[in-house]
Write a protein that binds this ligand. Structure first.
Ligand SMILES: Cc1cc2nc3c(=O)[nH]c(=O)nc-3n(C[C@H](O)[C@H](O)[C@H](O)COP(=O)(O)OP(=O)(O)OC[C@H]3O[C@@H](n4cnc5c(N)ncnc54)[C@H](O)[C@@H]3O)c2cc1C
Length: 422
């Protein structure tokens, strides 16, 4: 009879194994892949954005998918605990912009190897290439883990840490949703989040701005009635199909939800390329520059007001001859250019698929999970942690933070359950 079986060796399952073992339980970790931590190893562009150093309320604000649920798991194991955990194991972390924490080595594999060494030191038994097929219960309690190869493992507790449905080649293929359903859990609708956005606008289709990065912009999503739904600041990039980059990824879930809610084929987005200066001030500043050098070409005087390629596209879009001496350009035209820089509007029609998303939105409903232990409210001895749950954060270390926090909490919860029951 096993004490704790953890299914899934991503950040949630690895931390759950560490925690259950540290709290005195005998742990068996199963993963269907040949390696553990495959998604972790490619996370953060291969550098692993292991957590984020924001204060608690800020951390929660960056977890738009049921962030408030995280108050309890964070009271057990939070971002500072994650930092201490790795530093105690000899992995120095460094802070980058917006509180993002990375290993000093800049290698995600350092994080994976540290976790693997820790579970090894704690005596966790690991079985890779071992896919779980289903879970079995006896009188409302978890009783058995059924493997794909037909083997059945008797156990007191199970921690489900199988991840979401994104980037399936890392092993996250949504296997656990049917198990959770069979246990009586609700699976909220699954959707791609932190995912590039697609657009059928001619300038996108014609690849006019493909590859252009915009820094420190504001990107907004609008409802059909013109109401702003969400704005995110940061960087973005135009791609051959639409937009990507941090600000676009953060806006993506609002695009998905707005398309669904308003049942429209497209949703409007706007970019403010100069968010730190009001439109009127930008207009007046430009007029002063024109007055100072009236004979120079418009494009020369406007250089630097926005990226060159973007300005060229604006001249083309507004049919402006930017070689004209700037003093000959009417003020209404300058206003139009400023308007484009402050509120560049275009329509988007969706996102890439859930498989191509960084994160899966939706999952096992958190209403049916005890937040201090991650124990299922439906079956005794069953625990959930990580992305399989209906919890998701923005990119910036928030998802791995949730995985580690819920993983640690589940491991502790399962170990205490085992000791309490036996
Ligand atoms: C390219 C990329 C980069 C990312 N970068 C960051 C980042 O820098 N910071 C951040 O916070 N988040 C990042 N994320 C998101 C983050 O990696 C995930 O939210 C996190 O890995 C989820 O952890 P998890 O343990 O819940 O699941 P996963 O990491 O998905 O692990 C699930 C594990 O379960 C196993 N499994 C599944 N089904 C079965 C089964 N039937 N039997 C046995 N085992 C099974 C899988 O093989 C896998 O090993 C990134 C995601 C991607 C795709």
């Amino acid at each position: 009879m096993h004490e704790v079986i953890v299914i899934g060796g991503g950040p949630a399952g690895l931390m759950a194994s560490v925690s259950a073992a540290e709290h005195g339980a005998r742990v068996l970790l199963l993963d269907k892949g040949d390696k553990l931590g495959r998604k972790l190893a490619i996370s953060g562009g291969g550098r692993c954005n292991v957590t984020n150093r924001m204060p608690l309320d800020e951390l929660i604000a960056h977890i738009p998918g049921n962030g408030r649920f995280m108050y309890s798991p964070f009271s057990v194991f939070n971002n500072e605990d994650i930092i201490r955990f790795f530093e105690r194991l000899g992995i120095a972390l460094k802070e980058e912009d917006r509180g993002r924490m990375f290993p000093v080595s800049d290698k995600a594999t350092t994080v994976v190897q540290t976790l693997l060494k820790r579970i090894n030191d704690l005596g966790v038994t690991v079985r890779t290439n071992t896919a779980v097929a289903s879970l079995e219960y006896d009188d409302g309690r978890i009783a058995m883990v059924q493997l794909k190869n037909g083997e059945r493992l008797k156990t007191k507790t199970v921690i489900v840490a199988t991840g979401g449905q994104s980037v399936p080649h890392t092993g996250s293929t949504g296997d656990a949703y049917p198990w959770a359903k069979a246990a009586g859990h609700t699976i909220t609708e699954l959707y791609p989040t932190e995912v590039p956005i697609t657009s059928a606008e001619p300038f996108i289709q014609e690849k006019k701005l493909q590859g252009l990065s915009l820094r420190d912009i504001e990107l907004s999503v609008y409802a059909p009635n013109g109401k702003q739904i969400k704005t995110h600041d940061g960087d973005m990039i135009f791609t051959h199909f639409g937009l990507s980059g941090p600000a676009a990824l953060r806006c993506s879930q609002y695009v998905v939800k707005a398309l669904k809610k308003y049942k429209q084929p497209t949703i409007e987005m706007r970019i403010d390329l100069r968010p730190t200066i009001p439109a009127e001030a930008l207009f007046q500043e430009t007029i002063q520059n024109i007055k100072a050098e009236p004979k120079k070409a418009l494009k020369t005087v406007l250089r630097g007001i926005a990226p060159e390629r973007f300005l060229q596209y604006i001249y083309e879009r507004l049919r402006i001859d930017s070689n004209l001496p700037c003093a000959s350009v009417r003020h209404e035209v300058i206003r139009e250019i400023v308007q484009q820089l402050k509120s560049f509007s275009f329509h988007v029609n969706g996102t890439l698929s859930i498989e191509k998303a960084f994160v899966t939105g939706g999952g096992v409903s958190v209403k049916e999970i005890e937040p201090k232990t991650m124990h299922s409210k439906k079956k005794a001895g069953l625990f959930f942690c990580g992305e399989v749950l209906d919890i998701h954060g923005y990119t910036g270390g928030y998802n791995i933070t949730c995985a580690f926090s819920t993983g640690y909490t589940a491991g502790k919860g399962a170990a205490e359950y085992v000791h309490h029951k036996s």
